[in-house]
Design a protein around this ligand. Structure first.
Ligand code: ZN
Length: 161
């Protein structure tokens, strides 16, 4: 009987810890905060100094960024801005054109374009330019090599959304 009681007691303790885990943690943090405030220890002052320095550093950084943005805005004139927009628009149109041409030039083919061996294409590692096409033009690029004639060929298709 005694044993049983003891066992249930320890179980109760565990469940108490589990149940009031949050309260205990908060209490410890609270006590620690009070301790740091009341105690005029160096650690408190150092901590405050570090926090103060950090805040000032951030403030200075934000000021510096703001000033540089103002400077840049003062520098750019409206005509420059229009020029930049026109150039970007032209580049966008060129990219669209290149995209359509690439899609027409490298259609989806599962067979070699150079010899008549069917289904003998093997996927190989893409080159850097293929990766650039993939990222810049948002296209799926596949690079294959024929098992028979060893000629390489590209397949370019649109990305699925
Ligand atoms: Zn081939």
């Amino acid at each position: 009987m005694k044993r049983k009681r003891k066992k249930s007691n320890s179980k109760k303790e565990v469940s108490f810890l589990k149940e009031y885990n949050f309260e205990i943690t908060v209490f410890v943090i609270f006590v620690l905060g009070v301790f740091l405030l009341v105690e005029k220890m160096e650690i408190t002052q150092t901590l405050f100094k570090v926090i103060k320095a950090t805040i000032f550093l951030f403030a200075d950084l934000i000021k510096a960024i703001r000033d540089s943005i103002y400077d840049a805005l003062g520098w750019i004139e409206l005509s420059d801005l229009v020029g930049v927009i026109l150039i970007l628009f032209a580049l966008y149109l060129i990219a669209l054109r290149i995209r359509i041409r690439l899609l027409m030039l490298y259609p989806k083919n599962t067979e070699c374009q150079y010899c008549d061996n069917k289904n003998k294409l093997k996927r190989i590692r893409k080159k850097l330019k293929h990766r650039i096409i993939h990222f810049a033009l948002r296209l799926r690029v596949y690079y294959y090599q024929c098992d028979n004639c060893y000629k390489k060929q590209l397949i370019i298709i649109t990305k699925k959304r």
